[in-house]
Design a protein around this ligand. Sequence first.
Ligand SMILES: CC(C)(COP(=O)(O)OP(=O)(O)OC[C@H]1O[C@@H](n2cnc3c(N)ncnc32)[C@H](O)[C@@H]1OP(=O)(O)O)[C@@H](O)C(=O)NCCC(=O)NCCS
Length: 163
Amino acid sequence: MNLTLETRDLTLADVPGLMWAGGQTHLNAVAKEIGRIGDAEYVGVFLPSGRCVGKAGITYTEAPDAGVIWQVAVHPVLQSCGVGAHVMREAEKRISARGLAWAQLGVEISNPRAQALYERLGYQAIRTEDSAWDQEREDGTIFRYETVLTIMRKPLGGEGSQG
Ligand SMILES: CC(C)(COP(=O)(O)OP(=O)(O)OC[C@H]1O[C@@H](n2cnc3c(N)ncnc32)[C@H](O)[C@@H]1OP(=O)(O)O)[C@@H](O)C(=O)NCCC(=O)NCCS
């Protein structure tokens, strides 16, 4: 089956339809990123019905030479169909359009499947770092989630991307 996907910026109106990607804490974080006009972008991939099935945030304030891709997620029923690779390529196009030479991301060391996808797309691990963020339990209570990220980078082909 071929999927017809539309790619556009995510808007605040799309956020309530992202419950598949996380709880209210996550949706609040997505809304905050959408509001950081100029410093961040949010790519959404949509079915013809208008339903968002894939997304990735890009922040431009984390690294001077790279756009940092995060909050990557694909609707569970559509995983392993190529949507994740599509979202990543769209995010990379946005970073390239800003004249930046690198795409960067952090993937949890406990998520080898996602890391394998990024490696397949040309990302290489450069270091690990400790990280933590607020996460929501099913009962709505918030806790501080601590983890270790593998930081990965991909050259986007422009000048200065070989260092
Ligand atoms: C990680 C994630 C974003 C990847 O998205 P995805 O849409 O499943 O990724 P893709 O389909 O592009 O590629 C991944 C897999 O699909 C396979 N694939 C890609 N295109 C395919 C196609 N047309 N037909 C069959 N398989 C395909 C790949 O070989 C790969 O294999 P795997 O399932 O063994 O890993 C998604 O699984 C997800 O949202 N996971 C939960 C949240 C998460 O972990 N986010 C990452 C945070 S860093």
